[in-house]
Design a protein around this ligand. Structure first.
Ligand code: NAP
Ligand code: MG
Length: 503
């Protein structure tokens, strides 16, 4: 299928994607020309063809966007009651849902996420806006704390931090902005968004929804451009807080810049999470959730558990189950509804993943399925497809066992479960620089919970993984700083003020 036929798929559904080749940014409540003349291409990773382009933004664009957000922060937005802002969030949620198909197809053409995945993006985004709307009451609650020794009391105010820079990666280009945007807006902050270079278009559909919901001009702004532009935004004097999701190396640079500036920052970074298979695990049940928990979005999901830790007593059985399950998932055109695995999102990611596959083979791991680039036909010949790959006989020192691959590669390691001990599994799971996700598969839920409690990581799933909008999500160690989701995620956009008075 060529890009032209991808266009045909889109128009067969009676759609014209609202944003393809564009030369605007969103500032002061309107699409307006970028101050620069450069353009960045948007490539369909399933076909290798360029189907869109956006401005390669300039520092003047960042100035304009931050200035717009600063003016809006001086205006009515932070002075509305939280309930009034929550009403906007609910309207945005409705407007996002009206655009579900445009969002899904734009997202899938930007990063190759199968439509089975991206079709849920609008509902998920709407769900996040609706969840944060429920927290208006928390912000409105009077918080008066008596001095413990008497004689006075303090009125504790929770105030919005100001202009927030929201910087997102390409793997879930909608969700990873919304999880910042929704709490920032409820808190009363204004924002400037910088999406990742491969995925600058789907977020424009969200901006359309924000505008249609009547959010005041300047509250939400969008610039597009490279990591250099992101750096300009992070360091801009008008920015009060940075919220970043992306790789650990870039996260360190942003943390250093924010450290120098004493600027609050939230960092959601990389991961290398483990699924501990307990000796009593139900492997049939595990096979039903495996793709979602260990290879979601063609392995391009930060929290998935791509290291399967299998008990020696059942190692071959686990390898067989993982291999059969992964090999059965259809790889193909992301726009086909039954596609499970798409391409890597970018050419450079494709090369990185293939390099990891090569390193796994060179270090002596055994590919039980996959292990090479995939050659597809029907217009997908130039797509960035790597065969979904399972490596057995993986040892803890191999690069594929330690480093984040961010592609369709699962490693299966063996732990010694003699006498029913899972100590070695816990030690292996915790022996990484990261600490983002994790899973425990086991029939005895109490025993599984006890193992989860020993894992040094921000989230753990018992027999499945799903994130919960109401529960904190964040990484330890090289996986980041701070928290998103839940009241904890809202607090990251607030500054506290204590007003003391005598009583
Ligand atoms: P990335 O290279 O770190 O880029 C993330 C964003 O930062 C992009 O918008 C990028 O712009 C921008 N950027 C690059 N250099 C910058 C700089 N010096 N200052 C400010 N911004 C800069 O990450 P990615 O390759 O897009 O995404 C993959 C990574 O994201 C993986 O490591 C994955 O684990 C992580 N991730 C983490 C989570 C989580 O919640 N913990 C969730 C999803 C993904 P350009 O695109 O223009 O370079
Ligand atoms: Mg990158």
């Amino acid at each position: 299928m060529t890009s032209a036929t991808h266009d045909a798929v889109v128009s067969r559904r009676g759609l014209q994607l609202p944003h393809t080749h564009v030369d605007t940014i969103f500032v002061d409540g309107a699409w307006q020309p970028s101050r620069g003349t450069g353009r960045n291409p948007v490539t369909d990773p399933a076909t290798g063809e360029v189907w869109g382009s956006v401005p390669d933004g300039t520092p003047e664009d960042v100035d304009a966007a931050v200035g717009s957000a600063q003016r809006a922060f001086q205006g009515e937005w932070p002075r509305l009651t939280p309930s009034e802002r929550a009403a906007y969030l609910l309207r945005i949620a409705d407007e996002v849902e009206k655009r579900a198909e445009e969002l899904s197809l734009t997202n899938s053409r930007e990063n190759g996420s199968p439509v089975a995945e991206s079709a849920g993006a609008a509902a998920n985004a709407a769900g996040i806006f609706r969840y944060f709307a429920t927290l208006a009451g928390y912000l409105e609650r009077e918080d008066v704390r008596p001095f413990p020794r008497g004689g006075g009391e303090s009125v504790v105010r929770r105030e919005p931090l100001g202009v927030c820079a929201l910087i997102a990666p390409w793997n879930f280009p909608i969700n990873l902005v919304i999880i910042k945007l929704a709490p920032a807006l409820l808190a009363g902050c204004t924002v400037v968004i910088k999406p990742a270079s491969p995925t600058p278009l789907s977020i424009r559909v969200i901006i359309d929804a924000v505008a249609a919901a009547g959010v005041p001009a300047g509250v939400v702004n969008l610039v597009t451009g490279s990591g250099r532009l992101g750096d300009v935004l992070v360091k801009h004097p008008g920015v009060a807080k940075v919220a970043f999701t992306g790789s650990t190396p870039v996260g360190r640079k942003i943390a250093a810049a924010c450290g120098e500036l004493l600027r609050p920052v939230t960092l959601e970074l990389g991961g290398k999470s483990s699924a501990i298979v307990l000796p009593d695990a139900d492997l049939d049940a595990m096979s039903k959730v495996l793709i979602k928990s260990s290879m979601r979005n063609t392995g391009q999901t930060c929290y998935i558990s791509t290291r399967i830790l299998a008990p020696a007593s059942r190692y071959d059985e686990v390898v067989d189950m993982v291999t059969t399950t992964i090999a059965a998932g259809k790889q193909g055109d992301p726009l086909e509804p039954d596609t499970v695995f798409g391409p890597c999102a970018t050419e450079s990611q494709y090369r990185t993943v293939l390099e990891y596959v090569e390193s796994g083979l060179a270090e002596g791991a055994r590919a039980t399925t996959g292990g090479r680039a995939a050659t597809l036909s029907g217009g997908l010949e130039n797509g960035y497809f790597v065969e979904p790959t399972v490596f057995a006989d993986v040892t803890p020192d191999m690069r594929i066992s330690r480093e984040e691959i961010f592609g369709p590669v699962i490693t299966v390691l063996k732990y010694n479960d003699a006498g029913g001990s899972v100590d070695e599994a816990v030690a292996l799971a915790n022996n990484t620089e990261f600490g983002l996700g994790g899973l425990v598969f086991g029939a005895d839920e109490d025993a599984a919970l006890a193992v989860a409690d020993r894992m040094d990581t921000g989230s753990v799933g018992l027999n499945f993984f799903a994130s919960n909008h109401a529960a904190p999500f964040g990484g330890r160690h090289d996986s980041g700083l701070g928290t998103e989701y839940g009241i904890e995620g809202l607090n990251a956009y607030l500054s506290y003020k204590s007003i003391h008075r005598k009583v």
